[in-house]
Design a protein around this ligand. Structure first.
Ligand SMILES: [Zn+2]
Length: 286
């Protein structure tokens, strides 16, 4: 729990001062959910929990989102609906069998409307021992006050590497680069890779734009590497590329990409570099 941003809640638990409901505002839901999962393991683990508790059945079930006593609610359409909360209440009428707590997580808690928030109130106004709630939002200012006033609240911020600022491009340009990269990757992996150069050069006549395009690709592999190393299952900013390479292939491809970008910056011949890139990328899978 040392590097976990929710350690503050774990410390309260150790002091026996756990609240029954928490409202957490964050700038990065995915990172927060990872930290929350670790916290939930730490609160429930019957053994001496550590971040690598892989021996324990309970931690494994929590990792796989397979524990019935942990329920996550997300908006059904525009709002979180009253019947979703009613179903939650029914599920939590019984005490958990394996874990210490029945835990509900309300994602996008700002999407609770008046009727679902009212249905929720019983949990937060008359807390039942053993039920623990987490309301997660990116903006706690717009949370319905009846909920807000009954939760212990925290703002948990993560440093995010801002690829847009780094490459000096806007979201729209990133999206179009990602969509072209997706097509390019499937092209160079297929037998129909002959016109790979034309594909790039017709859309990206400037060396600078090619540099941005391939830097995004390198970042996407970096993201995949982090995902593999940290067993992170969340959705990441560049995940629309659907990179599924294993650790070995990911590292090899990152090396090829770094070399390509280096050669590109040394004014290497673009057509030759693109040819070399495709041959090297394909050779990994041969
Ligand atoms: Zn455990």
């Amino acid at each position: 729990m040392q590097t976990n941003k929710l350690k503050v809640i774990y410390d309260k638990y150790r002091e026996n001062k756990l609240a029954h409901a928490y409202l957490i505002e964050t700038n990065n839901i995915n990172c927060l959910l990872n930290d929350l999962k670790e916290l939930i393991k730490a609160l429930n683990c019957p053994f001496k929990y550590n971040s690598f508790c892989s021996t324990c059945n309970l931690c494994n079930l929590i990792e796989k989102n397979n524990l019935p006593s942990i329920i996550t609610i997300t908006p059904d359409g525009a709002y979180i609906k009253k019947n979703q909360i009613e179903e939650l209440k029914i599920s939590f009428e019984t005490k958990p069998i394996y874990s210490k707590y029945n835990i509900y997580i309300i994602l996008n808690a700002e999407k609770l409307n008046h009727s679902s928030a009212n249905a929720m109130l019983k949990f937060v106004e008359e807390p039942t021992e053993g039920i623990l709630g987490f309301f997660i939002t990116t903006n706690k200012d717009i949370i319905i006050p009846t909920i807000k006033s009954r939760c212990q609240s925290y703002v948990i911020l993560y440093e995010t590497e801002d690829i847009l600022a780094k490459l000096n491009i806007d979201q729209e340009k990133l999206e179009s680069n990602l969509s072209d990269l997706k097509e390019y990757l499937s092209k160079i992996a297929s037998n129909n890779y002959i016109n790979h150069k034309e594909f790039i050069l017709s859309k990206y006549p400037d060396r600078k734009d090619i540099e941005i395009l391939f830097t995004i690709l390198l970042k996407a592999y970096e993201e995949n590497l982090n995902k593999l190393l940290h067993k992170n299952k969340s959705t990441l900013p560049l995940s629309s590329l659907n990179i599924t390479d294993n650790l070995e292939f990911t590292i090899k491809k990152m090396n090829i990409l770094s070399k390509f970008l280096q050669d590109l910056s040394y004014n290497g011949n673009i057509e030759l570099l693109l040819d070399k890139f495709v041959i090297e990328m394909r050779s990994i899978h041969e």
